[in-house]
Design a protein around this ligand. Sequence first.
Ligand code: GLV
Ligand code: MN
Ligand code: MN
Length: 415
Amino acid sequence: MGQLRIDGNRLWGRLDELAQIGAIPETLGSSRLALTKEDGLARDLVVSWMQQLEMKVSIDAIGNVVGLWHGPDTDRSLLPVMTGSHIDTVRSGGRFDGNLGVLAGLEIIQVIREQNISTKHPIAVSFFTGEEGARFAPDMLGSLVYVGGLDLKTALKTTSVDGKRLGSELEDIGYNGTSPCPGIAPKIFLELHIEQGPVLENEGVDIGAVENVQGISWTELIIEGQSNHAGTTPMEMRKDAGYVAGRISTYIREISNKIGGTQVGTVGKIDLVPNLVNVVASKASMTVDLRNTSEQMLREAEDCLASFCDQIAFQEGVEITNKSLARFEPVEFNQQLVDQVISTAENLGYTTRRITSGAGHDAQMLARVCPSAMIFIPSKEGLSHNPAEYSSPEEITAGANVLLHMIMDAAEVNS
Ligand code: GLV
Ligand code: MN
Ligand code: MN
């Protein structure tokens, strides 16, 4: 059993086929924002693969999909061992973020079936709705609902950045399922994912055992000033929403550097009204993404932002309102599973290190209801949320092999 390995070519082939849906021309990347037509087509493809593997597919009311596999001697009354991730992408996404975790799960089921391995526990492979949060906030929305962290009614009413209701978008692609939501807590949850940062590549390490995930704070700020003529309005008479958005953006960089440590801060979106060359902007809508592994430091960053907004609104004669789009505290994964990622990888001949996740993941939601952990593999030049995101076939194979052996161990192979 220790010799068992996944088929890296087959996994690579599925990643490539899935990436063709919403493919970004002349890149390796994909654009499949949650619950768009492309997301729907990608879901159909992955579900068809689950069906080919004779998995029982269930869809819940927020569109999370779970494929359940059991062998002839599996005790179906036992809790499943679950793995999975997401197949939605940001608008300019790569082909590995999320997709790897789901397709590696299918590859594992295929290997187990081909080898006529029977496990005591069923094995589930899931993909969760709207992990990216790029179209519907918060991020990890589907897995948050799965674990009961957000009620279904509220989630279905969420409005997208393009003004659509989540519930009706889900219906349009046919993924408003009937399985109970919150879903069952599995025995354990394991997620294989690309690192999306530079640490493993820089250190030449094959496998990261993820110990924890940073806390995440997303805020939308609306700045209301007054539009006026760009040529005639004296500088001291302006209520310039565009200027204030720029100042806030600069402040986010300064405060993140000042707090230091793991603090990061990003202004990823600014929309100006009326957005014209010769008009002082009357309105700016912008987002702020703050993250830190320390809840206390994250609060400090949030407090600094709030004070700065008060101060600049007063100085510049604008109004600033804020709305929280996402707020998750830092998460620690199950220590025993983290240790097991290390020992499993080392037994397979891979080099390892413990690592923190800077990105949000479905596993951090599942950690609320069952022992959970993550396996990271290197990302080329630390790039992600970028069509150039890349991990090699060897790196992907290594990660999936670790996942295979951890899943078989947790599902308890029948001798
Ligand atoms: C979600 O994947 C995030 O970390 O932004
Ligand atoms: Mn992801
Ligand atoms: Mn992502």
